[in-house]
Design a protein around this ligand. Structure first.
Ligand code: MSP
Length: 647
């Protein structure tokens, strides 16, 4: 067994319908880091699963005329299929209806009760009789049941409660002493200031108003409620309080719980407190990623704007989708899903940059050397800088991967791909090919490119396993040269191998003519701008030329989502679409606007401002506002679509 272990979990998903592209992000991210750690020699364990109990499931199953278990069985089969389609290599798929999980939950509940952390009392809430559901005041919509819209009334039922407050000080101390425990940093501050410091309420952990749950074995009529059933899945999966606790010793505490920002509170407050009460070590890191938003806000079944990953995989292939979600979601922030962006990633990063690099290199190796690179080689200009980057890249990628910053990790790999494409332009193999005297130089150029492709193959293998396999197949690269160690030094690609070009890695998706025209127009504009800049003359102080002004790129942008900054009352975090490009901007306008009010507004963005980090959140540009005295109004435009220029 390896010394180094790595245990990662995704949340267990509610099987209340099809999973969408947002859930896909979490699972692809967890799969990517697991594969990466495995590549680096870790003994990894990757857990995912489903959270199957509760009143909602019981109700839908009743309506469908089947038992809750039969109902969830069907959906869980679909979820497992989705993970197969997405090439997710989990080690265990836990279901909260697994008998072993249920036994562990009963034992945990009893243990906490026996030691006095759980006590019996009365739960009070707003009750909807037709739905047989309790709601808190804040869950009601216009004072009515959020499910059926009918009036609710105050009611109470007997329930067990967990003493959260008892552990609040210990938790605060732990969080402060373990700076990596909650990531990103901004979420940590939100948890401390908004939830722990104001005081923790005891948590209701059992219910009697429905029966679809783990029964409290010492008090018939009660079932364990939500979080005490769901959160311990991370240890019940390892055999905690079970006959086979061997995985527990090997993998606990978890290295990472990867969760969306909406459930970070449960994972960084309830869960560590449960663990403290059980006297178990806490997970090393809880990472709260942002959400994938659609234009106009969240994806939701009731709004009918859910993006189905299976449809996208059918259309574009699994690795295109994996690449897109990983690249799009920058560290901890929200991302926007937009099919145009996906297509532009496929065409430019995958087909153009990566696909072309492979096919050009292999085609030239076949043309000039019959597919076998000669041993007679001669080094020359441009080699050193390419080699330096190729040798530096693995460590940089590894650092970003460890931070779970997949977007940056991919960006670094793409820098090497772009550098290799540039190397082709610099060395001009087609010119070398015409001169028999330059054969040895040409052989070195082809060797260097093939070697970079080998390194890229290893580096992308965790994010895009299928593509890496296809590349290795075309490069005919033996497995021993596809290891992490083998890419630390440039020049390991074995001699005498015959490469074989096959089909394109990523066929280009045809853009419609209009988009091509917009691109052409942009190029022409750029040329004209450059020309103007050449003509600048000396100016009286304080004045600028039209060319100076033209340096500020102002663009029309549409606000597609907006949220309060997690760590600064004054700031809002806006997601903008500028044509097909997505931008995140942090703006100090929280005093003047509610987040929801901004969605749909068309504002003006300073698009070429250097990015800055504002209290842990990246801001990429600035939006214009007019102010006088205590008033502020955003500058908005009508009738011009986002992406438009302001001049
Ligand atoms: N069952 C609970 C989790 C219990 S874990 C002990 C749950 N399930 S869920 O199915 O509603 O959500 C699962 C995960 O999907 C959450 O981490 C949530 O943040 C994530 N996402 C749901 N919609 C999302 C997006 N649109 N974008 C990114 N992730 C999102 O919560």
């Amino acid at each position: 067994m390896s010394e180094k272990t790595f245990y990662i979990t995704t949340p267990i998903y509610y099987p209340s319908g099809n999973l969408h592209i947002g859930h896909t992000y979490t699972t692809v991210a967890a799969d990517t880091i697991t594969r990466f750690k495995k590549l680096k020699g870790y003994d990894t364990y990757f857990l995912t699963g489903t959270d199957e109990h509760g009143q909602k499931i019981q109700k839908v199953a009743e309506e469908a005329g089947v038992s809750p278990k039969a109902y969830v069985d069907g959906i869980v089969a679909g979820i497992k299929n989705l993970w197969d389609t997405m090439n997710i290599s989990y080690d265990q798929f836990i279901r909260t209806t697994d008998p072993e999980h249920e036994k562990t939950i009963q034992k945990i509940f009893k243990k906490l009760y026996d030691q006095g952390d759980i006590y019996k009392s009365t739960y009070e809430g707003m009750y909807c009789t037709p739905c047989e559901s309790f709601w808190t005041e804040s869950q009601l919509v216009d004072g009515k049941c959020p499910d059926c819209g009918r009036p609710v009334e105050k009611a109470s039922e007997e329930a067990y409660f967990f003493k959260m407050s008892k552990y609040a000080d210990d938790l605060l101390k732990y969080i402060e002493e373990h700076p990596d425990f909650i990531q990103p940093e901004s979420r940590k501050n939100e948890m401390i200031n908004n939830f722990i410091k104001p005081g923790l309420q005891d948590l209701c952990v059992s219910r009697t108003s429905f029966s679809w749950g783990v029964p409290v074995d010492f008090d018939p009529g009660h079932v364990v409620y939500v979080w005490i059933d769901a959160l311990p899945n991370y240890i019940s999966a390892l055999g905690y309080l079970n006959d086979k606790p061997d995985l527990m010793a090997r993998y606990w505490p978890a290295d990472v719980h990867l969760v969306g920002k909406d459930i970070i509170r449960f994972h960084t407050i309830y869960w560590p407190i449960i663990l403290m009460a059980l006297k178990l070590p806490l997970p090393k890191k809880v990472y709260g990623h942002g959400w994938i938003l659609l234009k106009g806000g969240k994806m939701s079944k009731s709004v009918g704007n859910v993006v189905d990953p299976v449809v996208l995989v059918d259309k574009y292939g699994v690795d295109a989708l994996r690449y897109h979600v990983l690249r799009e979601m920058s560290y901890g922030s929200d991302g926007v899903y937009n099919e145009d962006l996906l297509v532009s990633h496929i065409n430019s990063d995958l087909a153009n940059d990566l696909g072309n690099l492979l096919s050009r290199t292999l085609a030239m190796t076949e043309k000039y050397f019959g597919g076998v690179i000669s041993e007679d080689r001669e080094t020359g200009d441009f080699d050193d800088s390419l080699i330096e980057l190729a040798e530096k890249t693995p460590a940089v990628v590894s650092d970003y991967m460890d931070k779970l910053d997949f977007s940056r990790a991919l960006e670094e790999i793409w820098k090497l791909i772009s550098r290799s494409n540039k190397y082709i332009d610099e060395t001009q193999p087609w010119v070398l090919g015409k001169d028999p005297e330059k054969k040895a130089r040409l052989a070195q150029v082809m060797y260097n490119l093939t070697e970079c492709l080998r390194i890229v193959t290893v580096l992308i293998s965790s994010a895009m396993p299928q593509t890496a396999e296809k590349m290795a197949e075309q490069l005919k690269c033996p497995a021993e040269y596809l290891t992490w160690d083998s890419i630390q030094k440039f020049g390991r690609f074995p001699e005498g191998i015959e490469v074989k070009r096959c089909e394109a890695l990523f066929p280009r998706i045809e853009l419609n003519k209009k988009e091509e025209t917009v691109k052409e127009n942009k190029k022409t504009e750029k040329k004209a701008e450059n020309k103007k800049a050449e003509n600048t003359e000396a100016l009286p102080e304080g004045l600028i030329t039209i060319d100076d002004f033209a340096k500020v790129q102002l663009r029309v942008a549409e606000v597609v989502a907006c949220e309060p900054h997690p760590d600064a009352d004054r700031l809002l975090v806006l997601q903008l679409m500028v044509g097909q490009e997505k931008r995140q901007v942090v703006s100090g306008i929280a005093k003047y606007y509610q987040p929801d009010e901004l969605v749909g507004k068309t504002v003006i963005l300073v698009a070429n401002l250097k990015p800055v980090n504002l209290r842990g959140v990246e801001s990429n540009g600035m939006i214009l506002a007019a102010t006088k005295g205590k008033k502020l109004s955003l500058v908005t435009v009508d009738g011009i679509a986002s992406g438009g220029k302001v001049s």
